[in-house]
Design a protein around this ligand. Structure first.
Ligand SMILES: Nc1nc2c(ncn2[C@@H]2O[C@H](COP(=O)(O)OP(=O)(O)OP(=O)(O)O)[C@@H](O)[C@H]2O)c(=O)[nH]1
Ligand SMILES: [Mg+2]
Length: 450
């Protein structure tokens, strides 16, 4: 095993940066760049020098964690040096010159996983924590890091292995038809496992929304106030607003956290009969986004009646939950909007000038997109990745096949192979069995230094 090193903090101007090294040659790195051996697990203030010419590079606060009591389970060196674009790079260069190799993406966490410091679900939770943009996603990631999901998967795996063990008893002592459990009870246990897998799978949509953000497309006629609403919701003047219809010609996307939940907000070109080529392309892009939308915010100026083409657009809308946003309410002559009884959707009056209605709109957005996770029990883990869904479906399919094999009176040893396969799918999910290509896929998403 070689010794890896990387800058763990993000590049850019900052007071402090952290450089880490992990592997069997950490003691050697210390003697070449820092001199005297370091105390264990206690920070020490030292000068770090380049091993080739002894030139002082930086004054660093350094902690040495001997194996196995470290993040990776190997000898680890953690250096806090000065931040900025250059200092951390020079510290790293000194470690590389002393014999370390630059770490690949996620390599520290990968070593932690391989040394049994965390399971694969926890490693993924770390990735979600680093990438998290909303409190709800953060909460889910912390829960997963605390083994919320791992614990459930282990329980399921144990229940399956128990049934398998009981089946083996049936195989070994076929004449004793009252074994420790009657055959019917073995089947009932399998059905119970199937139900628990289904309940986990039901959270997959919410989990995906939490990780990806609910795709929220802002649509409406030109000049309806779409870009102003987009800016107000994401909290920065991100897109151009003018009084001229047709200002926005392309779709603009950003991640925004509203009420603590993640949304992928998209501002689009106004919907109308396109005359020019650019305009037509812009409208096509809007249509594509609309086809995948979780939510559609359809903007119509408050007090203006919906035109025939707007109504036909709404009638054709196939995807996404619709919210009718009555914009520019500060300009509306009457406070009550012209009702639009043809439109079966909640209406919210907003003004981006006074800020009226924006809080209510955020609440409604959270309710519409995340009511599923709001109603979930606090301890219920969420399935957040395609990989988890795949393994759970595989396990579920095998449990089903087991029940069918039992129902059709197949020999217990044949039925038992399905339980084995179901347990294996759960083991892959946890990373108990971790083929190289799976690890490569999981850790490729990480940044260098994590
Ligand atoms: N008074 C008032 N004016 C608004 C409000 N929202 C938008 N406007 C104005 O309405 C005009 C159009 O706003 P935009 O946000 O650019 O509208 P849009 O729907 O993105 O327009 P296109 O990109 O051209 O389709 C601008 O002059 C805005 O300043 C509001 O809440 N109150
Ligand atoms: Mg616009």
């Amino acid at each position: 095993m070689d010794t890896i090193a990387a800058i763990s903090t993000a590049p850019g101007r900052a007071a402090i940066a952290v450089v880490r090294a992990s592997g069997p040659q950490v003691a050697e790195l210390v003697s070449q760049t820092l001199g005297e051996p370091l105390p264990h697990r206690r920070p020490a203030l030292r000068w770090l020098a380049h091993p080739e010419d002894g030139r002082r590079v930086d004054r660093v606060l350094v902690t040495y964690y001997p194996a196995p009591g470290s993040y990776t389970g190997e000898d680890v060196l953690e250096l806090s040096c000065h931040g900025g674009p250059l200092a951390p790079q020079l510290v790293l260069d000194a470690l590389l010159a002393a014999g370390a190799r630059l770490a690949g993406p996620g390599e520290f966490t990968r070593r932690a996983f391989l040394n049994g410091k965390l399971d694969l679900l926890q490693a993924e939770a770390i990735l979600d924590l680093v990438d998290g943009r909303s409190r709800a996603q953060h909460r889910a990631a912390v829960h997963q890091l605390e083994r919320g999901l791992s614990g459930r998967i282990e329980e399921l795996r144990e229940a399956i292995l128990r049934s398998e063990a009981l089946l083996v008893y049936e195989i070994d002592f076929p004449e004793e038809d009252q074994g420790p459990l009657a055959p019917a009870e073995i089947d009932a246990a399998a059905r119970d496992v199937a139900g628990r897998i289904d309940r986990l799978l039901e959270t997959a949509h919410q989990g995906e929304l939490l990780r990806e953000g609910a795709l929220t497309v802002i649509a409406g006629r030109p000049n309806a106030g779409k870009s102003s609403l987009f800016n107000a919701l994401c909290g920065v003047e991100r897109v151009i607003v003018t009084e001229e219809p047709g200002t926005t010609r392309d779709a603009i996307e950003t991640m925004a956290s509203l009420g603590g939940y993640p949304f992928r907000l998209v501002d689009t070109a106004g919907l109308r009969e396109a005359t020019g080529r650019v305009e037509r392309l812009g409208i096509e892009v809007a249509q594509r986004y609309l086809a995948g939308a979780d939510l559609v915010l359809f903007c119509v100026e408050a007090g203006r009646e919906l035109g025939a083409e707007e109504l036909s657009f709404l009638a054709e809308l196939e995807h996404g939950t619709l919210i009718l946003v009555r914009t520019k309410n500060d300009l509306a002559a009457s406070r009550s909007p012209k009702a639009a009884p043809e439109v079966q959707a909640p209406q919210v009056l907003v003004s981006t000038v006074t800020g009226e209605g924006l809080g209510e709109l955020s609440r409604r957005l959270v309710e519409a997109a995340f009511s599923g996770s709001l109603s979930l029990d606090e301890d219920m883990p969420l399935i957040t990745r395609e990989r988890h869904v795949r393994e759970l479906h595989r396990a579920r399919g095998e449990v089903e096949a087991f029940l069918e094999a039992r129902a059709s009176g197949l020999a217990p040893e044949i039925a038992a192979t399905h339980l084995r396969a179901a347990a294996q799918a759960l083991e892959e999910m946890l990373g108990v069995i971790a083929p190289e290509d799976l690890l490569a896929r999981v850790f490729a998403e990480f940044c260098v230094g994590k």
